[in-house]
Design a protein around this ligand. Structure first.
Ligand SMILES: *[C@@H]1O[C@H](CO)[C@@H](O)[C@H](O)[C@H]1NC(C)=O
Length: 273
């Protein structure tokens, strides 16, 4: 006679737990470390939200998902999911996409800027780019053939009222190399609210790239007692750049609720009912 409560609890769980994404936050932090984006490009990464990138024909990408130049030729739409119900967003943000190149790159000359928009509006989970000041309109990744899988980081920074665009970045610019971290510091941007990344490779790598291990989200410990809905793209497993660049596409979605947990929740509802 437990089957009805189990069914009920399965239906209710997403609503009960939907607000807490602490596991997903841990997962995306782990992805950034495993892919060496931290520290190759960012010195640290403690987001307060998840950033979904939705490419037409692809859907929401998993962190580090391998995509072709063609798949990412048009700008993705973005969705922000706060870590929990005590985090909320509104106001003005700066959005950027930077080429952090291959794993282990020291980036002495900075990174190529593929997207830079000041004055992006975020209301709830909706990211509105259209009304912003596009310094560099979205320019899809185009890594050199044979240069290996490049890590393209899409990042959303708080843009405080004190923000002043440095003179060199106050007018429209094409793709060019810049010291992005200096830009963030000099212009008063931050904190980094949320970020995600994709891998794009052209041809077969002619250089050797350090392999990285996959992020296994089931081994992450939740920061608080309740989990998340398990439906978020950032909660999936997926390996980072590998020497062959073949092991990254379409990582399966990993639900963080075991049947046992569902059964226990069902039993609980059965008892209180
Ligand atoms: C909510 O998320 C933020 C950002 O991850 C975290 O600092 C804070 O501790 C969380 N609060 C709760 C109540 O879990």
């Amino acid at each position: 006679m437990v089957s009805l409560p189990v069914l009920l609890s399965l239906a209710l769980l997403p609503f009960v737990a939907a607000q807490d994404h602490s596991l997903d936050i841990e997962a995306i932090e782990a992805h950034f470390t495993q892919s060496h984006i931290v520290p190759d490009f960012l010195t640290s990464f403690t987001p307060s939200a998840l950033l979904d990138l939705n490419y037409a024909g692809v859907g929401n990408v998993t962190p580090g998902q391998a995509l072709t130049i063609k798949q990412v030729s048009a700008a993705p739409t973005l969705t922000v999911t706060p870590a929990n119900s005590s985090v909320s967003f509104s106001g003005t943000y700066t959005l950027a996409m930077l080429d952090a190149e291959t794993v282990g790159s020291t980036l002495p000359d900075g990174v190529n800027r593929h997207w830079l928009v000041n004055g992006v509006e975020v209301t709830g989970s909706t990211v509105t780019i259209a009304g912003g000041n596009a310094i560099t309109p979205y320019a899809g990744p185009g890594p050199a053939a044979g240069s290996g899988p490049h890590r393209y980081v899409v990042a959303l920074y708080t843009q405080p009222s004190t923000f002043t665009a440095p003179a060199a970045f106050s007018k429209p610019l094409g793709v060019s190399r810049m010291d992005f971290n200096a830009y963030v510091k000099d212009s008063g941007l931050g904190p980094l609210v949320a970020a995600n990344y994709i891998d794009v490779e052209e041809g077969t790598a002619t250089i050797s790239i350090a392999p990285t291990s996959a992020v296994v989200t089931s081994t992450l410990l939740p920061a608080s007692s309740s989990g998340s809905s398990g439906t978020h793209a950032a909660s999936t497993t997926g390996s980072s750049a590998s020497a062959t660049g073949t092991a990254k596409s379409g990582a399966p979605t990993l639900s963080k609720f075991s049947p046992l947990a569902a059964a226990l929740a069902g039993l609980f509802i059965f008892i209180v009912a």
